[in-house]
Every structure is written in C-alpha cells, then in structure tokens.
Design a protein around this ligand. Structure first.
Ligand SMILES: Cc1cc2nc3c(=O)[nH]c(=O)nc-3n(C[C@H](O)[C@H](O)[C@H](O)COP(=O)(O)OP(=O)(O)OC[C@H]3O[C@@H](n4cnc5c(N)ncnc54)[C@H](O)[C@@H]3O)c2cc1C
Length: 171
C-alpha cells in the first residue's frame, strides 16, 4: 500500500501512488484505491445525512473530492439524490467503494514512461563493496542495470551515484 497523490490522465491513472505501486503490480492483479484516506467514509456520510439531509450526494462528495470526480462517480456508480433518501445499507455500500475503489488495470505504459525498472544483474553475483562481478574479474555493474529498485523520491539516483562511487573508487 502507498499513500501518495494520484492523477487521472486521459490515458489512465498516474501520479506518485500509481508509479510506486506499478513496481509491485503484476498483470491481472487488482488495485484498491482509497479515495478518502483522511476520513471514515461511512461516518462522514451518516453525519452529512443528519446535518444536511436535503443536499444531494454529489454535492456532499464534491466537498471532499475534486468536483468532477465526485460527479462522475455519482453518474456512473452511486446515483445522486438528496441524502435523506439513502438507506443506511446504500451509504455503507458507497462508503465501502470510496475506501476501496476496485480497479483492474489493463496494463502499464511500459518503458515509454517508466521512471525505474525492475530486474537486472543479480546482486548475489556482485561484490557489495566494489560492485565487481564475482564471475568476471574487472567487470563492474552499477545503477539501474543492477537488480535494485528504489521507491520514488531520489532513492534510484542515490543508488546509481553510490554504486558508481564504490565502483569508481575500486577501479
Ligand atoms: C522520467 C524519469 C524520472 C525519474 N525520476 C527519478 C527521481 O525523481 N528520483 C530518482 O531517484 N530516480 C528517478 N529516475 C530514475 C533514475 O533516473 C535512474 O535510476 C538513474 O538515472 C539510473 O542511473 P544509471 O547511471 O544507472 O543509468 P542511466 O542514467 O540510464 O545512464 C546510462 C547511460 O548509458 C548510456 N548508454 C546506453 N547505452 C550505451 C552504449 N552502448 N554506449 C555508451 N553509452 C550508452 C545512456 O545514454 C545513459 O547516458 C527517473 C527516471 C526517469 C526516466
């Protein structure tokens, strides 16, 4: 699980949370998006039902989600009527979806937009202090080509520079 920003693009989902989870995602895996991570969605909806029973669900959701997203969710999944017309079971179902919106991704954009790649030269076959191959003397591997994958936020640069420094110093 990652807690970070997410972006809806015209091609699909993107942004830090999606880029991070894509390092773990395998085709066929489903994703669950918590669209209201700062709240207890059911408590919020029940409270709004008491406080503002004439307001429509889309208006209530637009106060805690981007307006166009709230409206599309209502259009496609929840419907929108005054809060007093929702049964508790309906609100429970809506809250469950807001906290774990199910997504089955059809794929990733592949190398074209990748920021970091999984896989590479097996670290068991390298010296961890010099990055020299244990199989071929004088051959060194550093950075992205090694099977080391960092989270976003500078860890891949750090790894590329640190392993490069270690190998350069050894050479
Ligand atoms: C869009 C994008 C955003 C990123 N953002 C971040 C970030 O914010 N933070 C972070 O930590 N990481 C980030 N990364 C990942 C990070 O850039 C890489 O992990 C890191 O640059 C890897 O360094 P490297 O030296 O191992 O490989 P590279 O930087 O890929 O360097 C390899 C070099 O080898 C050259 N080369 C390839 N083939 C040959 C050849 N046959 N002969 C001679 N030269 C060759 C290439 O031209 C290239 O200059 C990002 C990557 C991308 C693509």
């Amino acid at each position: 699980a990652f807690r970070a920003d997410m972006l809806f693009t015209h091609r699909g989902l993107s942004g830090p949370a999606i880029l991070q989870i894509s390092s773990y995602w395998q085709p066929g895996d489903d994703l669950r998006l918590d669209l209201l991570p700062d709240r207890d969605a059911l408590a919020y909806l029940l409270d709004q039902q008491i406080q503002r029973n004439a307001a429509e669900l889309k208006t209530i959701l637009a106060e805690v989600l981007p307006r166009r997203l709230a409206h599309r969710l209502c259009e496609h999944a929840f419907g929108s009527k005054p809060m007093r017309h929702y049964h508790e079971t309906e609100l429970r179902d809506i809250a469950g979806k807001l906290e774990a919106w199910p997504i089955i991704a059809s794929g990733t954009e592949g190398y074209r937009t990748a920021e970091v790649t999984l896989g590479g030269v097996d670290t068991d076959q390298l010296s961890s202090s010099t990055m020299q191959s244990k199989l071929v003397a004088g051959l060194y591997f550093i950075g992205e080509v090694v099977d080391v994958t960092g989270h976003l936020g500078g860890y891949n640069f750090q790894w590329a520079w640190a392993s490069g420094h270690a190998a350069g110093s050894a050479v």
